[in-house]
Write a protein that binds this ligand. Structure first.
Ligand code: ACO
Length: 319
């Protein structure tokens, strides 16, 4: 499997740390020091499905193919305004594709899970030659905007890749640990005449320090596994693209495997944590800025709610 196109899309509203300090007991200094985030793009009048379709169109243009040529669409999404239909089905209509589609909810690690699914489709279904992955997320609609420990962390956006058959994808490791108490959100469903249980409803709840430790431990294990399984060393990897959740998580992992800062590109300062969209958005930025060379080795590693994690290693063969 090879990546032949990347794309992304962001909401138009930029919210700086100073703007948050107008209505929250927080400061630019606290947010930058603890997270690395300076600003984020937040949905105001846009719809997530439109951002998703724009990211998809951009990836298709980059790959030089038409939507009608797609054989499958996978959308990674935690929450959006639709319970049904699936976001991937909505994207299919917006971009003019006709292939089967499915949504997955792997939280912030969703892109890695989607890549692994796509790779399996190429291996098991001879009729599939081109797959679109779109990661579209609006985590700013999950948090309580009075709670400074969560709302300052997130931003919205969409990232997409087009995949074709090839040998670039070398190794993947997926990890899931059922730890919902570390990061969860429960919402009330419609009532029925038969419901008698208590049903919690509310914003995202996160034990920040627990998530921090889980993220570092899982990411280090996953990265070690894909580097070893592909017959590489940490030094052989040219770019480590980590989930953009907290610059201190990225720095802790980087220091542990003793690699240079240049190998860990980041854009968390501009976008905050966009959940599963964060890595494809970063990948698109590097691709468009010509920071990836044909033959480069990339490791992606992501971690998120509840708790899921995953890493993969692949070669970049796009010019
Ligand atoms: N502004 C000012 N003060 C704040 C803020 C804020 N925005 N948020 C918390 N504080 C205060 C707390 O109230 C606390 O005050 P106290 O000591 O008087 O009680 C103090 O700062 C320290 O709080 P901690 O929670 O201990 O701060 P910590 O250094 O752990 O940083 C953070 C918090 C940034 C959330 C960190 O734990 C973290 O990044 N964890 C990982 C979270 C993460 O990555 N989540 C996303 C991954 S999953 C996904 O992507 C969906």
């Amino acid at each position: 499997m090879n990546i032949t196109g990347t794309g992304s899309a962001h909401p138009s509203l930029t919210v700086t740390n100073e703007m948050l300090a107008d209505f929250l007991d927080t400061s630019d200094e606290w947010i930058v020091t603890r997270t690395g985030i300076k600003q984020r793009q937040i949905i105001s009048n846009e719809r997530l499905e439109d951002l998703a379709a724009t990211a998809a169109d951009n990836a298709l243009t980059d790959a030089g193919i038409k939507a009608s040529e797609l054989d499958f669409i996978i959308c990674s999404n935690v929450v959006n305004e639709y319970i049904t239909p699936s976001m991937s089905c909505i994207i299919q209509g917006k971009i003019g594709a006709e292939c089967p589609c499915i949504d997955i909810n792997g939280a912030c690690a969703g892109f890695i899970y989607a890549l692994d699914m796509a790779n399996s489709f190429f291996q098991s279904k001879s009729e599939i030659n081109t797959i679109l992955i779109v990661c579209a997320e609006e985590p700013t609609r999950m948090v309580d905007w009075q709670q400074r420990n969560t709302c300052v962390l997130f931003g919205d956006g969409a990232g997409a890749v087009v995949l074709t058959r090839g040998n670039d994808f070398k190794a993947v490791k997926l990890t899931s640990i059922s730890k919902s108490e570390a990061l969860y959100q429960m919402r009330k469903l419609e009532s029925t005449p038969f419901i008698s249980k208590d049903e919690p409803d509310g914003p995202l709840v996160m034990k920040g320090q627990d998530v921090f430790k889980l993220a570092v431990a899982a990411s280090l294990k996953d990265i070690e596994c894909v580097v070893r399984e592909s017959g590489n060393t940490y030094d052989d990897v040219d770019h480590y693209l980590l989930h953009q959740a907290n610059i201190r998580i990225i720095e802790t992992i980087r220091n542990y495997i003793n690699q240079s800062e240049e190998k860990f590109p980041h854009n968390i300062e501009n976008y905050g944590n966009t959940s599963s969209a964060s890595i494809p958005i970063l990948l698109d930025e590097l691709n468009r800025n010509k920071q990836l060379k044909c033959g480069d080795t990339l490791v992606l590693s992501a971690f998120g709610a509840g708790f899921t994690a995953g890493a993969c290693l692949f070669k970049w063969s796009k010019n």
